[in-house]
Design a protein around this ligand. Structure first.
Ligand SMILES: *[C@@H]1O[C@H](CO)[C@@H](O)[C@H](O)[C@H]1NC(C)=O
Ligand SMILES: *[C@@H]1O[C@H](CO)[C@@H](O)[C@H](O)[C@H]1NC(C)=O
Ligand SMILES: *[C@@H]1O[C@H](CO)[C@@H](O)[C@H](O)[C@H]1NC(C)=O
Ligand SMILES: *[C@@H]1O[C@H](CO)[C@@H](O)[C@H](O)[C@H]1NC(C)=O
Length: 644
């Protein structure tokens, strides 16, 4: 049997934990499609072929094609690229089915070369006389990974004798050889409900296999939920579970990989007991995901499992170092699932007792009836038959759709596309600010995504699940950007500044972290008004400074000048004028900006444009009128200065 066995993937001796299904005793069922020879007449027959576990088999469908076998003997294995530009691309409306011999390289690599050469399907002929085998993709290897992703043609494996008869007919060369590959009977279709199950694992750090599995769950979620809500399917998630042999229950390995005294285990994700996540964490999360399904199923909302698993993967992945109980519980909370019920279902992982849920998983792992043992991860089982081929959204949908009794197919099988709005219920588990009617749920064809929105030009940033914060200009219009603000004597003070895209900082005259701000007593702290003979009076957000006699206080210099212009005073006044004029220019620029904002309907409450000589806060007003105030202020001041 050429398959990637779990036990080979995870060497048993080093892991010390064992699968319930042992490879040697296990029963592996080769899933089949049929191949009919349509021409030549003499060969007319129907044969079994084994569906390859890569590429996209056309479940429920069929394909008629012309057979081609490479002429050069050396290229009959298809282990290197075929010469020329798509040499097997069909010249007629009928596609080409390429026949290759087993051996020399990976099956999947042959399929890749066939696909590159323009073939529509691949048939691999056995080189020994034996029962059919299932062709699998190679074990995770870096070079293999990227072409396996791109494989789209179906592959089939045939007996030596059948393959030989096809090759002989081609050799004669007088007649075209026409074959029909047929997957329409590959999935039983007894009634109007399809039962299917996915064997998976919450460990997301196992390379290409884990990525394929997660991508599939994310992409298929929309279809799965439509089918489940409509009552067309009954989906059950399953998790492969190992156990620890009795004598080793108290070993460090078993303790770190198992729960319930060695009864249920999962291999260490890094295969290193000292580092990273432990198998115990994985088996616990598997149990939680099973319980999420159970508990949701009790209220007839079993499809929430898809939401939980995808959200958990996005928010709590191992790659981001966020795989934890706390993170899982946040996801449960955001989906509105009853945490206490899930906890009860999970039981006590430290107790020396069976766990009913995981016990059932171990029992189910052993094949029954037409279904073989589950030894490949991920495994999809449709109507008790194992799905073969790449786990890809449309291919799997085809497989499920081919499991309905004729005429009972749900609309999604006929149209392929059906929209639902995932955000209607519980806001899809995404962040929401009901007070301002802002939420992070975005409906998509395949489900929904939680993404901080951009509303009326205000951009929100965050994880989309638990928080989104307004950032950038305009953020101060929403809840004052989460910053401190206060109104005193009709004047408004705010710690939200439009000049900063994020954060809060206390306005001038205040001290604090921006969420609380306290008035600074400039007089007491000797920060201002220290000029000779000046009298200082603290005000909220500023201070009043009076000069002795008839002198004029210049805040910028913290000095008093004679009202009668001396040469020196004129010089100072000019400096002040210059400063004021540049502030005016800045004000004008803001004015234009403000104006735009006003037109868009934002009142702004930020503090900004401080006229240099004044530390007095702006009067409370909208951004629009405040500019006017500032501008007229400026005029008045300039007028006053030039009066003298
Ligand atoms: C298609 O036509 C080209 C040129 O006529 C030929 O070389 C090639 O073998 C043909 N392909 C097939 C699949 O028959
Ligand atoms: C889900 O609930 C249905 C009844 O509503 C039941 O038949 C089915 O066995 C349940 N599935 C699981 C996994 O508990
Ligand atoms: C769930 O569905 C089953 C069968 O359709 C029904 O008997 C049961 O009352 C439903 N449970 C709830 C909580 O709606
Ligand atoms: C912007 O933020 C920084 C630090 O948070 C602060 O020092 C600065 O004063 C702020 N700018 C304005 C205009 O509020």
């Amino acid at each position: 049997m050429i398959t990637m066995e779990l036990s080979r993937l995870l060497p048993m001796i080093t892991m010390m934990i064992i699968l319930v299904v042992k490879e040697t005793e296990g029963r592996f069922v080769v899933e089949k499609n049929s191949i009919s020879v349509l021409s030549p007449e003499s060969l007319r027959s129907k044969q079994d072929a084994a569906i390859g576990n890569f590429g996209l088999p056309d479940y429920g469908g069929s394909m008629v094609g012309t057979v081609v076998y490479p002429q050069k003997p050396a290229s009959s294995f298809g282990c290197s690229r075929f010469d020329g530009d798509k040499p097997f691309k069909s010249n007629s409306s009928r596609p080409t089915i390429l026949v290759l011999d087993r051996g020399e390289c990976y099956f999947a690599l042959k399929a890749w070369h066939a696909q590159l050469a323009g073939a529509a399907a691949l048939i691999v002929v056995d080189t020994v006389d034996e029962p059919l085998i299932t062709m699998d993709s190679p074990e995770a290897s870096t070079t293999a990974d990227d072409f396996i992703e791109k494989l789209t043609i179906p592959s089939a494996f045939v007996h030596l004798s059948f393959g030989q008869s096809i090759k002989d007919a081609l050799q004669k060369g007088d007649q075209e050889v026409l074959l029909k590959l047929d997957w329409s009977e590959s999935v039983p279709h007894p009634d109007q409900r399809v039962e299917y199950e996915l064997w998976t694992n919450s460990n997301d750090e196992c390379g290409a296999r884990c990525d394929e599995q997660m991508n599939f769950i994310k992409n298929f979620k929309g279809h799965a939920q439509i089918l489940e809500r409509g009552g067309y399917t009954m989906f059950t998630p399953h998790y492969i579970t190992w156990y620890c042999p009795k004598p080793f229950v108290f070993s460090e390995q078993c303790k770190s990989q198992c729960i319930n005294h060695g009864r249920y285990c999962a291999p260490d994700p890094e295969q290193d007991f000292g580092e990273g996540y432990s198998g115990k964490q994985v088996v616990l999360e598997n149990l939680r995901q099973l319980c999420v399904h159970r508990v949701a199923n009790e209220t007839n909302r079993s499809w929430v499992w898809w939401d939980y698993v995808t959200d958990f993967h996005i928010r709590c992945s191992m790659k981001k170092q966020r795989y934890s109980i706390q993170c899982a519980e946040e996801v449960i909370k955001s989906l509105g699932l009853p945490s206490d019920k899930i906890q009860k279902c999970m039981g006590d992982p430290e107790a020396d007792v069976e766990n009913e849920v995981l016990k059932m998983e171990q029992d189910a792992q052993v094949g029954r009836g037409s279904r073989g043992d589950v030894t490949i991860l991920p495994t999809l089982v449709v109507n008790n038959v194992q799905y073969r081929g790449k786990l890809e959204r449309t291919a799997v949908l085809r497989a499920i759709c081919s499991g309905f009794k004729e005429t009972t197919d749900p609309p999604i099988c006929l149209s392929g596309d059906l929209e639902t709005n995932e955000c209607l219920e519980n806001n899809g588990g995404c962040w929401v600010d009901s007070e301002h009617g802002i939420n992070a749920c975005k409906d998509t064809f395949r489900g929904r995504v939680c993404e901080c929105p951009s509303v009326n030009g205000v951009q929100y940033q965050g994880d989309g699940y638990t928080f989104c914060k307004a950032v950038g200009p305009g953020r101060c219009t929403v809840d004052n950007g989460g910053c401190w603000s206060d109104i005193r004597d009709g004047k408004r003070f705010s710690a939200c500044s439009v000049n900063n895209v994020t954060g809060c900082s206390c306005p001038q005259g205040f001290r604090g972290d921006g969420h609380t701000c306290n008035d600074i007593n400039e007089c007491q702290e000797r920060l201002a008004c220290q000029c000779d003979g000046c009298t200082c009076k603290n005000t909220y957000g500023g201070y009043d400074c009076k000069c002795k006699g008839d002198k004029l206080y210049i805040a910028d210099q913290d000095a008093c000048i004679e009202r009668k212009a001396s040469k020196y005073a004129w010089f100072i006044s000019l400096v002040v004028l210059g400063v004021v004029a540049s502030a005016g220019l800045a004000g004008y620029i803001f004015y234009r900006y403000r104006l735009r904002v006003c037109i868009h309907g934002f009142g702004d409450h930020g503090n900004y444009v401080s006229i240099h000589a004044s530390r007095q806060p702006e009067p409370k007003s909208s951004g629009c009128s405040r500019i006017r105030t500032s501008a007229s202020n400026l005029n008045r001041m300039m007028h006053k200065e030039s009066d003298k």
